[in-house]
Design a protein around this ligand. Sequence first.
Ligand code: SF4
Ligand SMILES: [Zn+2]
Length: 291
Amino acid sequence: MKDSLDVNDPEFMVRLLTMADAEKDAPRMDDYVHLSSLLRVECPRALYLRQLVVDSENARESVNSATRVVWAIGRGIEAHVREQMIKAVGFTNSIGKWRCACGKSTLEGTGDPTLSCRYCKTPLNIYEEITLRDHKKQVSGHPDFAFWHNGYVYPVEFKSIKKDDFLVLDAARLPPKYRRQLFGYGVLFRRNGYKVGPHGFIIFVNKDFTWEGTPYKSFHIPFTDGVDQQVLRGLFDLAGELRHVRQLKASGEDILSMLPPRLAVCSGTRTPTARRCDMCSYCFLYDNNGT
Ligand code: SF4
Ligand SMILES: [Zn+2]
């Protein structure tokens, strides 16, 4: 606790929490691009800057308290829905990283009730998210849940949304980024040796209370080839290029000259796309040819 804080200050607790919320999160300690970061890519230059040029300390965003509270609510809803899902289908039909109470024994894949830890003797039935990796393109991801049925994996994503958005949501209004995320998990499961079912599921949860109806809406997302799959393949290829540039960086090559050009819509720092971009200030530090 900072010495400057005074326990007699009426805002003492709020200041404490605000300070804790403002702490930057620990950086991800591997070179893999997370699928969710890849799907946020509006611009290859931003991805290059985030991954390769800006040091990890600066690249970590500071997050304000309101955002942290919203994230915590989202995580709480996700944990609840997943727990109910595991209860409903059984942990032998749920894919995750299962661990015992002491954490020394883990198992990836479907739960196995015959296994227990040789140290603490408890069953391996505590769920943790599985990490899937595409080693060639260096993309990783943590699906919210995956359901195992007749030898096939069905990836499942949970999204909590406000009541007004929930009530009008239908298949035609599904944002493409959600479908692409599910396709991405399908690809990652395949690269990790699983057989993937013909579709995945997105479950939307209404995070506001209502007296009527169910708070869940579920959509089947067929894994058929189309525009979204092509976009996703392009993003995986982009991640593969990053891997190559990362290797060049490690061998001391000048990677700034490989920085992709600025988008035409980012003619200045005040344009709408540039203002939304977390790499904007770094982007305008360098010329279009990276100098
Ligand atoms: S400011 Fe525009 S061009 Fe620059 S990195 Fe961001 S989105 Fe890309
Ligand atoms: Zn144990």
